[in-house]
Design a protein around this ligand. Sequence first.
Ligand code: NAD
Length: 345
Amino acid sequence: MSVQGEAPIPATLIPGDGIGPEIVEATAMVLSVLGARFDWETCSAGLAGMKEFGDPLPQATLDSIHRTKLALKGPLETPVGGGYRSSNVRLREEFKLYANVRPAKTLIPGGRYDDIDLVLLRENNEGLYVGFEHYIPIDGDPHGVAMATGINTRAGCRRIAEYAFEYALKNGRKKVTIVHKANIMKALTGLFLETTLEVAKKYAGRIECDQRIVDACAMQLVLNPWQFDVIVTTNLFGDILSDEIAGLVGGLGMVPGANIGEDAAIFEAVHGSAPDIAGKGIANPTALLLAAAMMLDHIDRRDLAQRLRTGIDRVINEDRVRTRDLGGSASTKEYTAALIRRVAA
Ligand code: NAD
């Protein structure tokens, strides 16, 4: 597939909520200057979908992704406690996006941790994220008891494990660490561990494999993150550890994510809609830009992806144009303008 000099590639663009429209606009501009020609179908979801169509995941958005099979998405707001179910989770279910790929790499040297280069692979469709929850009333209290059910299937565990080892091979990685809680959740994450260890045997001698209990892994990530290379884990643990890992490389503004399925792929930042800074023009678009670079890799335009990553590196480290979350003072627009100068050169 090509995005330069040939017909533009149809893709769905979801501006999202909060800072979403600001960082999506910035990213689309940079992609255009880079020469990555996408034929964007702009669609809404999340709070924006609720406002426009009374639905956090409007049918038109689903239809668009079914057509294009490729999307770049801003963060979507999900109400805490009650309200509608997460549109992100629904999108991952609808398109069976079973692998969530979150690479974290140090871009700014001299921080608390230098030379971080690790990838978190999170199972994206199962576990405690399936949302089978209910209350049992007791003594007149409708919320007397709360229950949640987690579901892992052997097929689902095998699929993410195979993805992890294949990813490691293709990307020149040396080791996969399986993260679980099989000492306590013996069935739910025991199955994940058992199945992933089975898959690991096929890669013996090519990819090293070890395992950690999730709480120990969380501590090890702070004490010695360099011991990790690729981490593969279940849905909820992956969610939590990926934010921790973002903290190792300068925060949530720096980590991209790809949701990969057999028939579709959706690219996004790891962070949320950042309502505290929405509309202020100070959001860091780097995570979404790096997600766009992953999208370019996905469509086999590694040349453009590399130019984009190099441009980001030069803006941050040579031009020293940085947004506030990175200790700088640049607005989203100033940072974007600096990057456009770099990728256009
Ligand atoms: P958040 O990631 O939105 O924000 C956490 C903190 O990081 C905030 O202080 C925010 O200002 C800062 N931050 C995040 N991204 C930034 C950026 N690009 N530049 C500068 N600072 C940035 O997490 P939250 O506040 O817990 O969640 C807000 C909403 O986002 C919730 O509704 C949540 O459900 C949703 N969310 C969506 C996604 C997604 O769409 N993939 C992911 C996580 C959270």
